[in-house]
Design a protein around this ligand. Structure first.
Ligand code: NDP
Length: 434
């Protein structure tokens, strides 16, 4: 905090994890003095760069690009790129830090990294997005590679942006290297289920939390925030498993459809028309649109799935959810609940699946995409989906077991942090002081 006093998101992420790790150091005091925590919070490398591009009016624009290569103890850096005006060093570091632990939980050989830009793709033409993205990759391409650092998508970076990024990387390096990015189109090395993976994974994780208490998704009322990649497929899978999803949002407001959301309309609006979620009510006039998105958590529901962005559930939203009868919360987004909100959920006995465990399905399938690229094969949808399901069950069990071993049975925040740390710290110790 003394070194970087303005990095509030990063400090929040570190504090949440360190609170759990106190238990590890109490149990294994021999770990003290090895500089593990000091090394963990210091990224191996932070790259920032200028991204200049020309807009449709012929005016030169300048944005800032970031790549935080946080920790490579268990594999090459792996983590998404976010294009959103709020991206800065603190946000890139918090996401990269979380990614170390998430990637460890997947059981795959991937280290932690993250990046992006303060570029806002909203309202930009296709040509502008392409020119920006090509300029961004011109610099980023010097720092990544299939065994070095493998970026993917995140907020504002979907199939279109990954395509442009891949094309520019290929142009810069003069070779077709599919393993350098994940989330690619199927025609050029992508994996089936990658678009669905984070959303489906959240639902598989929530299913495990419920199953452990003798419950299921059938008949449950669900509220999802966001209407992007993670939200869309969480809505799809939850509905397929018998739940009724009644609300979702974008950064302007939320829609509430008591009879259950129509996913086709949402996909048409958000993925194809790139329109606002408010337009949902044109086709479904019985639904309601409410301006402003934080009130979405005052809707009564059994299951809440924050799938938009960090800190979207604060203490008062958490209290509203508890009053509204919520039984389980599964974090599709990264750090969507503030520390106060998490404390409220845990104190009230709400089942709580922290992001680094519940949303790890995306990066897990990214890692399966890398494996397919390496071996030159393509697995079927069913095969990848089955592997994703197994990985999510496994992550849940690993978190549960760690929570029990460290005296907090069922506290998956503690379980996830400790299970993830134990693997990374062993790898760091084995590799010496680096
Ligand atoms: P998308 O860009 O596809 O969708 C993001 C959604 O959240 C949009 O509906 C967007 O609304 C809304 N949103 C974004 N920023 C804000 C904000 N500041 N306030 C309110 N709403 C906002 O992103 P993803 O679905 O890929 O990512 C969502 C979350 O999931 C992020 O936290 C990401 O880090 C996390 N995640 C994503 C993974 C993936 O595989 N994609 C993997 C693991 C985690 P609008 O359209 O108005 O911008």
């Amino acid at each position: 905090k003394k070194r970087d006093p303005h990095e509030v998101e990063f400090h929040q992420a570190v504090e949440e994890i360190f609170e759990s790790l106190v238990l590890v150091f109490a149990k294994y005091p021999e770990l003290i003095g090895k500089g593990l925590l000091e090394r963990l919070v210091e990224p191996e490398r932070v790259i920032t760069f200028r991204v200049s591009w020309v807009d449709d009016q012929g005016k030169t624009q300048v944005n800032r690009g970031f790549r935080v290569q946080f920790n490579s103890a268990i594999g090459p850096y792996k983590g998404g790129l976010r294009f959103h005006p709020s991206v800065n060093t603190s946000v890139a570091k918090f996401l990269g830090f979380e990614q170390i632990f998430k990637n460890s939980l997947t059981g795959q050989q991937i280290g932690g990294g993250k990046g992006g830009s303060d570029f806002d793709p909203k309202g930009k033409s296709d040509g502008e997005v392409m020119r920006f993205t090509q300029s961004f990759m011109t610099e980023l391409s010097k720092h990544i590679g299939s065994d070095v650092d493998v970026p993917a998508g995140d907020i504002g970076v979907g199939a279109r942006e990954i395509g442009y990024l891949f094309g520019q990387y290929k142009r810069m390096h003069g070779k077709f290297e599919p393993g350098v990015l994940t989330g690619k189109g199927l025609e050029y090395g992508g994996s089936l289920v990658r678009p669905q993976a984070t959303g489906y994974g959240v639902i598989y994780f929530v299913e495990e939390m419920l199953k452990d208490k003798g419950l299921s998704l059938k008949g449950q009322t669900v509220v999802v925030s966001g209407s992007g990649n993670v939200s869309t497929y969480a809505i799809e899978k939850a509905t397929e498993l018998g739940a009724k999803v009644v609300a979702c949002s974008d950064s302007n407001g939320y829609i509430y459809d008591e009879s259950g959301l129509n996913l086709d309309t949402i996909i048409q609006l958000k993925e194809i028309d790139r329109a606002r979620i408010s337009e949902y009510v044109i086709e479904h006039p019985t639904a309601k649109y409410v301006e402003g998105c934080s009130d979405i958590w005052s809707l009564p529901c059994d299951i809440a799935l924050p799938c938009a962005t960090q800190n979207e559930i604060d203490g008062s939203a958490a209290k509203s959810l508890v009053l509204g009868g919520v039984k389980a919360v599964g974090e599709g987004a990264n750090m969507p609940s503030s520390q106060e909100a998490i404390d409220i959920f845990l104190k009230n006995g709400i089942l709580f699946g922290p992001g680094k465990a519940a949303n790890a399905g995306g990066v897990a399938v990214s890692s399966l995409e890398m494996a397919q690229n390496k071996s030159g094969v393509s697995w079927t949808f069913e095969e990848v989906d089955r592997k994703l399901h197994e990985i999510m069950e496994d992550i849940f069990q690993r978190c549960l077991t760690a929570s029990e071993e460290y005296g907090h049975p069922g506290n998956l925040v503690i379980g996830a942090n400790i299970a993830a740390f134990n693997k990374v710290s062993k790898a760091m110790l084995a590799q010496g002081v680096i």
